[in-house]
Design a protein around this ligand. Sequence first.
Ligand SMILES: Cc1cc2nc3c(=O)[nH]c(=O)nc-3n(C[C@H](O)[C@H](O)[C@H](O)COP(=O)(O)O)c2cc1C
Length: 374
Amino acid sequence: MNQKYKPLFDSFSFPNGVSLKNRLVMAPMTNFSSNEDGTVTDAEVEYYARRSKGVSMVVTACTYVTRNGKGFKGEFGADTDEMIPSLRQLASAIKEEGAKAVLQIFHGGRECPPDLVPEGEIVSASDVQSERNSAKAPRALTGEEIEEIITAFGETTRRAIQAGFDGVEIHGANGYLIQQFFSPHSNRRNDKWGGSLEKRMAFPLAVVEEVKRVTAEHAKEPFIVGYRFSPEEPETPGITMADTLELIDALAGKNLDYLHVSLNDFWSKPRRGVEDNRSRMEIIHERVGSKVPVIGVGSLYSADDVIKAFETGVPLLALGRELIIDPDWVEKVETGREDDIETTLDLGAQSRLVVPDPLWQAIVNTPGWFPGVH
Ligand SMILES: Cc1cc2nc3c(=O)[nH]c(=O)nc-3n(C[C@H](O)[C@H](O)[C@H](O)COP(=O)(O)O)c2cc1C
Protein backbone atom coordinates (compact mmCIF):
# COMPACT_ATOMS: atom_id res chain seq x y z
CA MET A 1 0.00 0.00 0.00
CA ASN A 2 1.12 3.53 -0.73
CA GLN A 3 1.92 4.89 2.78
CA LYS A 4 0.01 8.08 2.03
CA TYR A 5 -3.27 6.14 2.26
CA LYS A 6 -2.38 4.11 5.33
CA PRO A 7 -4.43 6.29 7.76
CA LEU A 8 -7.59 5.23 5.89
CA PHE A 9 -6.92 1.69 7.05
CA ASP A 10 -6.55 2.46 10.76
CA SER A 11 -9.28 0.87 12.82
CA PHE A 12 -11.98 2.99 14.41
CA SER A 13 -14.19 2.60 17.48
CA PHE A 14 -17.69 4.00 17.81
CA PRO A 15 -18.73 5.50 21.17
CA ASN A 16 -20.60 2.25 21.93
CA GLY A 17 -17.36 0.24 21.52
CA VAL A 18 -18.09 -1.39 18.14
CA SER A 19 -14.91 -1.39 16.13
CA LEU A 20 -14.47 -0.89 12.38
CA LYS A 21 -11.49 -2.28 10.49
CA ASN A 22 -11.01 0.90 8.42
CA ARG A 23 -12.44 4.36 7.71
CA LEU A 24 -14.33 3.57 4.51
CA VAL A 25 -18.07 2.98 4.50
CA MET A 26 -20.53 2.13 1.73
CA ALA A 27 -23.08 4.97 1.43
CA PRO A 28 -26.78 4.07 1.49
CA MET A 29 -28.07 3.65 -2.07
CA THR A 30 -31.55 2.69 -3.15
CA ASN A 31 -31.43 0.01 -5.84
CA PHE A 32 -35.11 -0.34 -6.92
CA SER A 33 -34.59 -4.13 -7.08
CA SER A 34 -36.62 -5.70 -4.26
CA ASN A 35 -39.71 -7.86 -4.79
CA GLU A 36 -43.24 -6.38 -4.88
CA ASP A 37 -43.93 -7.90 -1.46
CA GLY A 38 -41.02 -6.02 0.10
CA THR A 39 -38.58 -8.94 0.35
CA VAL A 40 -35.06 -8.62 -1.03
CA THR A 41 -34.09 -10.30 -4.31
CA ASP A 42 -31.09 -12.54 -4.90
CA ALA A 43 -29.76 -9.99 -7.39
CA GLU A 44 -29.69 -7.26 -4.80
CA VAL A 45 -28.13 -9.49 -2.17
CA GLU A 46 -25.36 -10.39 -4.66
CA TYR A 47 -24.86 -6.68 -5.41
CA TYR A 48 -24.25 -6.02 -1.70
CA ALA A 49 -22.02 -9.06 -1.18
CA ARG A 50 -19.85 -7.91 -4.10
CA ARG A 51 -19.26 -4.58 -2.30
CA SER A 52 -18.87 -5.71 1.31
CA LYS A 53 -15.30 -7.03 1.40
CA GLY A 54 -13.23 -3.85 1.39
CA VAL A 55 -15.32 -1.33 3.33
CA SER A 56 -15.66 -1.64 7.10
CA MET A 57 -19.39 -0.90 7.16
CA VAL A 58 -22.24 -1.04 4.65
CA VAL A 59 -25.27 1.18 5.08
CA THR A 60 -28.10 -0.42 3.11
CA ALA A 61 -30.61 1.29 0.86
CA CYS A 62 -33.42 2.85 2.83
CA THR A 63 -36.22 0.54 4.00
CA TYR A 64 -39.77 1.68 4.84
CA VAL A 65 -40.96 1.46 8.45
CA THR A 66 -44.66 1.64 7.53
CA ARG A 67 -46.48 0.80 4.30
CA ASN A 68 -47.42 4.43 3.73
CA GLY A 69 -43.74 5.35 3.84
CA LYS A 70 -42.66 3.39 0.76
CA GLY A 71 -40.84 5.93 -1.36
CA PHE A 72 -39.45 3.90 -4.25
CA LYS A 73 -40.53 1.15 -6.58
CA GLY A 74 -38.52 -1.93 -5.65
CA GLU A 75 -37.76 -0.65 -2.13
CA PHE A 76 -37.52 -3.42 0.46
CA GLY A 77 -39.64 -3.42 3.59
CA ALA A 78 -38.99 -3.72 7.31
CA ASP A 79 -42.51 -2.84 8.41
CA THR A 80 -43.66 -6.29 9.62
CA ASP A 81 -42.11 -9.28 11.35
CA GLU A 82 -42.67 -11.31 8.15
CA MET A 83 -39.82 -9.28 6.66
CA ILE A 84 -37.28 -10.51 9.23
CA PRO A 85 -36.03 -13.51 7.14
CA SER A 86 -35.52 -11.19 4.15
CA LEU A 87 -33.67 -8.68 6.34
CA ARG A 88 -31.57 -11.51 7.75
CA GLN A 89 -30.56 -12.58 4.24
CA LEU A 90 -29.25 -9.07 3.59
CA ALA A 91 -27.47 -8.68 6.93
CA SER A 92 -25.79 -12.09 6.60
CA ALA A 93 -24.57 -11.46 3.06
CA ILE A 94 -22.89 -8.23 4.13
CA LYS A 95 -21.41 -9.62 7.35
CA GLU A 96 -20.10 -12.79 5.68
CA GLU A 97 -17.86 -10.59 3.54
CA GLY A 98 -16.48 -8.86 6.64
CA ALA A 99 -18.32 -5.53 6.84
CA LYS A 100 -20.65 -4.32 9.58
CA ALA A 101 -24.24 -4.20 8.32
CA VAL A 102 -26.34 -1.12 9.06
CA LEU A 103 -29.99 -0.85 8.00
CA GLN A 104 -31.15 2.58 6.86
CA ILE A 105 -34.66 3.15 8.26
CA PHE A 106 -37.02 5.53 6.50
CA HIS A 107 -40.41 7.01 5.78
CA GLY A 108 -40.85 8.87 2.49
CA GLY A 109 -43.64 11.22 3.65
CA ARG A 110 -44.77 13.61 0.91
CA GLU A 111 -42.18 12.26 -1.55
CA CYS A 112 -43.90 8.85 -1.81
CA PRO A 113 -45.40 8.10 -5.23
CA PRO A 114 -49.18 7.59 -4.71
CA ASP A 115 -49.15 4.25 -6.57
CA LEU A 116 -46.81 2.77 -3.94
CA VAL A 117 -48.83 3.54 -0.83
CA PRO A 118 -52.21 2.26 0.44
CA GLU A 119 -55.15 4.06 -1.21
CA GLY A 120 -52.71 6.48 -2.80
CA GLU A 121 -52.79 8.56 0.35
CA ILE A 122 -49.68 10.68 0.87
CA VAL A 123 -48.90 11.94 4.38
CA SER A 124 -46.51 14.51 5.82
CA ALA A 125 -46.08 16.97 8.68
CA SER A 126 -48.47 19.41 6.94
CA ASP A 127 -50.48 19.53 3.73
CA VAL A 128 -47.85 21.41 1.75
CA GLN A 129 -46.99 19.93 -1.62
CA SER A 130 -43.37 19.16 -2.41
CA GLU A 131 -41.69 21.40 -4.96
CA ARG A 132 -39.70 18.49 -6.31
CA ASN A 133 -42.59 16.18 -6.79
CA SER A 134 -45.69 17.49 -8.47
CA ALA A 135 -47.66 14.28 -7.95
CA LYS A 136 -49.97 15.06 -5.07
CA ALA A 137 -50.33 17.25 -2.00
CA PRO A 138 -50.00 15.30 1.24
CA ARG A 139 -52.43 15.09 4.11
CA ALA A 140 -51.17 16.31 7.50
CA LEU A 141 -50.64 13.46 9.97
CA THR A 142 -52.72 13.45 13.14
CA GLY A 143 -51.01 13.45 16.53
CA GLU A 144 -51.91 9.78 16.95
CA GLU A 145 -50.48 8.84 13.55
CA ILE A 146 -47.24 10.66 14.38
CA GLU A 147 -46.89 8.57 17.54
CA GLU A 148 -47.54 5.43 15.48
CA ILE A 149 -44.77 6.27 13.03
CA ILE A 150 -42.33 6.93 15.88
CA THR A 151 -43.24 3.52 17.30
CA ALA A 152 -42.76 2.01 13.83
CA PHE A 153 -39.17 3.32 13.69
CA GLY A 154 -38.63 1.50 17.00
CA GLU A 155 -40.27 -1.69 15.76
CA THR A 156 -38.10 -1.65 12.66
CA THR A 157 -35.04 -1.28 14.88
CA ARG A 158 -36.12 -4.36 16.84
CA ARG A 159 -36.46 -6.27 13.55
CA ALA A 160 -33.00 -5.11 12.49
CA ILE A 161 -31.60 -6.47 15.76
CA GLN A 162 -33.45 -9.77 15.35
CA ALA A 163 -32.27 -10.05 11.75
CA GLY A 164 -28.62 -9.73 12.82
CA PHE A 165 -27.84 -6.20 11.70
CA ASP A 166 -25.03 -4.40 13.56
CA GLY A 167 -26.92 -1.14 13.58
CA VAL A 168 -29.47 1.21 12.06
CA GLU A 169 -29.12 4.58 10.39
CA ILE A 170 -32.07 6.92 10.87
CA HIS A 171 -32.72 8.55 7.49
CA GLY A 172 -33.30 12.15 8.43
CA ALA A 173 -31.99 13.45 5.08
CA ASN A 174 -32.81 14.07 1.41
CA GLY A 175 -36.24 15.62 1.99
CA TYR A 176 -38.05 12.58 3.42
CA LEU A 177 -40.47 12.46 6.36
CA ILE A 178 -38.04 13.08 9.23
CA GLN A 179 -36.57 16.05 7.39
CA GLN A 180 -40.11 17.17 6.45
CA PHE A 181 -40.80 17.66 10.16
CA PHE A 182 -37.61 19.69 10.62
CA SER A 183 -38.22 21.81 7.52
CA PRO A 184 -40.16 25.10 7.74
CA HIS A 185 -41.30 24.39 4.16
CA SER A 186 -43.15 21.16 4.90
CA ASN A 187 -43.91 21.66 8.60
CA ARG A 188 -46.47 24.43 9.23
CA ARG A 189 -47.94 22.81 12.35
CA ASN A 190 -48.84 24.66 15.48
CA ASP A 191 -48.90 21.84 17.98
CA LYS A 192 -46.05 20.18 19.86
CA TRP A 193 -44.58 19.00 16.51
CA GLY A 194 -44.16 22.42 14.90
CA GLY A 195 -44.32 26.18 15.18
CA SER A 196 -40.75 26.98 16.23
CA LEU A 197 -37.29 25.67 15.39
CA GLU A 198 -37.30 23.75 18.64
CA LYS A 199 -40.68 22.15 17.96
CA ARG A 200 -39.68 21.23 14.42
CA MET A 201 -36.93 19.17 16.02
CA ALA A 202 -39.38 17.28 18.21
CA PHE A 203 -40.18 14.52 15.69
CA PRO A 204 -36.56 13.80 14.66
CA LEU A 205 -35.54 13.70 18.32
CA ALA A 206 -38.50 11.51 19.31
CA VAL A 207 -37.51 9.01 16.60
CA VAL A 208 -33.93 8.98 17.93
CA GLU A 209 -35.14 8.45 21.48
CA GLU A 210 -37.45 5.60 20.48
CA VAL A 211 -34.73 3.88 18.46
CA LYS A 212 -32.31 4.21 21.39
CA ARG A 213 -34.93 2.91 23.82
CA VAL A 214 -35.64 -0.15 21.70
CA THR A 215 -31.92 -0.75 21.25
CA ALA A 216 -31.37 -0.70 25.02
CA GLU A 217 -34.27 -3.11 25.44
CA HIS A 218 -33.49 -5.63 22.69
CA ALA A 219 -29.82 -5.55 21.67
CA LYS A 220 -27.66 -8.08 23.50
CA GLU A 221 -24.46 -6.62 22.07
CA PRO A 222 -23.51 -3.00 21.33
CA PHE A 223 -25.68 -1.85 18.42
CA ILE A 224 -24.77 1.11 16.20
CA VAL A 225 -27.31 3.95 15.93
CA GLY A 226 -26.47 6.68 13.41
CA TYR A 227 -28.43 9.63 12.04
CA ARG A 228 -28.24 11.06 8.52
CA PHE A 229 -29.25 14.62 7.68
CA SER A 230 -29.04 17.07 4.78
CA PRO A 231 -27.59 20.39 5.91
CA GLU A 232 -29.70 22.69 3.70
CA GLU A 233 -32.76 22.88 1.50
CA PRO A 234 -33.06 24.94 -1.67
CA GLU A 235 -36.70 25.93 -0.99
CA THR A 236 -37.83 29.16 0.69
CA PRO A 237 -38.70 28.78 3.43
CA GLY A 238 -36.35 25.87 3.91
CA ILE A 239 -33.71 24.46 6.21
CA THR A 240 -30.67 26.74 6.48
CA MET A 241 -27.18 26.05 7.73
CA ALA A 242 -28.07 27.97 10.91
CA ASP A 243 -31.04 25.62 11.54
CA THR A 244 -28.81 22.61 10.97
CA LEU A 245 -26.20 23.77 13.47
CA GLU A 246 -28.98 23.86 16.09
CA LEU A 247 -30.15 20.37 15.11
CA ILE A 248 -26.59 19.11 15.40
CA ASP A 249 -26.32 20.46 18.96
CA ALA A 250 -29.52 18.62 19.87
CA LEU A 251 -28.46 15.37 18.17
CA ALA A 252 -25.03 15.53 19.80
CA GLY A 253 -26.72 15.13 23.17
CA LYS A 254 -28.50 11.91 22.22
CA ASN A 255 -25.72 9.32 22.54
CA LEU A 256 -25.67 8.56 18.84
CA ASP A 257 -22.74 6.62 17.39
CA TYR A 258 -22.40 8.83 14.36
CA LEU A 259 -23.85 11.69 12.33
CA HIS A 260 -23.82 11.22 8.56
CA VAL A 261 -23.90 14.38 6.46
CA SER A 262 -25.75 13.71 3.21
CA LEU A 263 -24.06 15.65 0.39
CA ASN A 264 -23.37 15.09 -3.27
CA ASP A 265 -20.15 17.05 -3.00
CA PHE A 266 -18.06 16.79 0.16
CA TRP A 267 -16.63 20.28 -0.49
CA SER A 268 -19.92 22.11 -1.18
CA LYS A 269 -20.35 25.49 0.50
CA PRO A 270 -23.31 26.83 2.50
CA ARG A 271 -26.14 28.41 0.54
CA ARG A 272 -27.41 30.63 3.37
CA GLY A 273 -27.61 30.90 7.15
CA VAL A 274 -23.94 31.44 8.04
CA GLU A 275 -21.24 33.91 7.07
CA ASP A 276 -18.52 31.37 6.52
CA ASN A 277 -16.56 30.60 3.42
CA ARG A 278 -15.57 27.09 4.43
CA SER A 279 -17.27 23.93 3.23
CA ARG A 280 -20.44 22.71 4.95
CA MET A 281 -18.54 19.64 6.13
CA GLU A 282 -15.81 21.68 7.81
CA ILE A 283 -18.36 23.92 9.54
CA ILE A 284 -20.39 20.92 10.71
CA HIS A 285 -17.34 19.01 11.84
CA GLU A 286 -16.15 21.97 13.88
CA ARG A 287 -19.59 22.36 15.50
CA VAL A 288 -19.81 18.67 16.39
CA GLY A 289 -16.25 18.67 17.76
CA SER A 290 -15.42 15.42 19.47
CA LYS A 291 -18.99 14.84 20.67
CA VAL A 292 -20.03 12.41 17.91
CA PRO A 293 -18.09 10.85 15.02
CA VAL A 294 -19.06 12.28 11.63
CA ILE A 295 -19.29 10.51 8.28
CA GLY A 296 -18.57 12.61 5.20
CA VAL A 297 -19.56 11.72 1.63
CA GLY A 298 -19.84 13.13 -1.85
CA SER A 299 -17.97 12.80 -5.13
CA LEU A 300 -14.81 11.31 -3.63
CA TYR A 301 -13.81 9.30 -6.69
CA SER A 302 -10.05 8.81 -6.39
CA ALA A 303 -7.85 7.76 -3.48
CA ASP A 304 -6.45 11.30 -3.44
CA ASP A 305 -10.00 12.73 -3.20
CA VAL A 306 -10.62 10.55 -0.16
CA ILE A 307 -7.35 11.26 1.64
CA LYS A 308 -7.82 15.01 1.10
CA ALA A 309 -11.29 14.81 2.68
CA PHE A 310 -9.90 12.68 5.51
CA GLU A 311 -7.28 15.32 6.26
CA THR A 312 -10.06 17.69 7.37
CA GLY A 313 -10.30 15.43 10.44
CA VAL A 314 -13.60 13.78 9.50
CA PRO A 315 -12.99 10.25 10.80
CA LEU A 316 -15.16 8.21 8.40
CA LEU A 317 -15.86 8.60 4.70
CA ALA A 318 -18.60 7.01 2.67
CA LEU A 319 -18.44 5.95 -0.97
CA GLY A 320 -21.61 5.59 -3.00
CA ARG A 321 -21.45 5.83 -6.79
CA GLU A 322 -17.73 5.03 -6.54
CA LEU A 323 -18.53 1.50 -5.33
CA ILE A 324 -21.09 0.95 -8.07
CA ILE A 325 -18.53 2.02 -10.67
CA ASP A 326 -15.72 0.02 -9.05
CA PRO A 327 -16.65 -2.59 -6.41
CA ASP A 328 -12.91 -3.17 -5.76
CA TRP A 329 -12.21 0.50 -4.90
CA VAL A 330 -11.05 -0.21 -1.36
CA GLU A 331 -9.05 -3.34 -2.16
CA LYS A 332 -7.22 -1.48 -4.93
CA VAL A 333 -6.04 1.21 -2.51
CA GLU A 334 -5.15 -1.40 0.07
CA THR A 335 -2.90 -3.26 -2.37
CA GLY A 336 -1.20 -0.23 -3.94
CA ARG A 337 -3.29 -0.29 -7.13
CA GLU A 338 -5.06 3.05 -6.63
CA ASP A 339 -4.17 4.05 -10.20
CA ASP A 340 -6.39 1.22 -11.45
CA ILE A 341 -9.56 2.55 -9.76
CA GLU A 342 -12.32 3.09 -12.32
CA THR A 343 -13.90 6.53 -11.93
CA THR A 344 -16.34 6.52 -14.84
CA LEU A 345 -19.01 3.91 -15.39
CA ASP A 346 -18.17 1.26 -17.98
CA LEU A 347 -21.51 1.05 -19.79
CA GLY A 348 -20.78 -2.46 -21.03
CA ALA A 349 -19.97 -3.89 -17.63
CA GLN A 350 -23.28 -4.47 -15.85
CA SER A 351 -22.70 -8.16 -15.16
CA ARG A 352 -19.01 -7.75 -14.30
CA LEU A 353 -19.98 -5.02 -11.81
CA VAL A 354 -22.85 -7.13 -10.39
CA VAL A 355 -25.52 -4.42 -10.61
CA PRO A 356 -29.20 -5.50 -10.64
CA ASP A 357 -31.25 -4.54 -13.73
CA PRO A 358 -33.58 -1.92 -12.18
CA LEU A 359 -30.63 -0.03 -10.68
CA TRP A 360 -28.65 -0.28 -13.90
CA GLN A 361 -31.61 1.04 -15.91
CA ALA A 362 -32.10 3.94 -13.50
CA ILE A 363 -28.43 4.86 -13.79
CA VAL A 364 -28.08 4.62 -17.57
CA ASN A 365 -31.35 6.50 -18.16
CA THR A 366 -30.41 9.46 -15.95
CA PRO A 367 -27.85 11.55 -17.81
CA GLY A 368 -25.29 13.26 -15.61
CA TRP A 369 -26.03 11.23 -12.50
CA PHE A 370 -22.97 9.02 -12.86
CA PRO A 371 -19.65 9.95 -14.48
CA GLY A 372 -19.61 8.30 -17.90
CA VAL A 373 -23.42 8.48 -18.34
CA HIS A 374 -24.38 11.25 -20.78
C1 LIG B 1 -28.36 5.17 -6.81
C2 LIG B 1 -28.37 6.03 -5.57
C3 LIG B 1 -29.30 5.79 -4.58
C4 LIG B 1 -29.29 6.52 -3.38
N1 LIG B 1 -30.14 6.17 -2.37
C5 LIG B 1 -30.00 6.73 -1.15
C6 LIG B 1 -30.71 6.22 -0.03
O1 LIG B 1 -31.48 5.24 -0.10
N2 LIG B 1 -30.53 6.84 1.16
C7 LIG B 1 -29.70 7.91 1.31
O2 LIG B 1 -29.57 8.43 2.42
N3 LIG B 1 -28.97 8.38 0.27
C8 LIG B 1 -29.08 7.80 -0.94
N4 LIG B 1 -28.28 8.24 -1.98
C9 LIG B 1 -27.24 9.29 -1.74
C10 LIG B 1 -25.87 8.64 -1.43
O3 LIG B 1 -25.87 7.99 -0.18
C11 LIG B 1 -24.73 9.68 -1.44
O4 LIG B 1 -24.95 10.65 -0.45
C12 LIG B 1 -24.55 10.37 -2.79
O5 LIG B 1 -24.59 9.44 -3.85
C13 LIG B 1 -23.22 11.13 -2.87
O6 LIG B 1 -22.14 10.25 -2.62
P1 LIG B 1 -21.23 9.62 -3.80
O7 LIG B 1 -20.66 10.76 -4.57
O8 LIG B 1 -20.19 8.83 -3.07
O9 LIG B 1 -22.12 8.78 -4.64
C14 LIG B 1 -28.33 7.55 -3.20
C15 LIG B 1 -27.42 7.83 -4.22
C16 LIG B 1 -27.41 7.08 -5.40
C17 LIG B 1 -26.36 7.36 -6.44
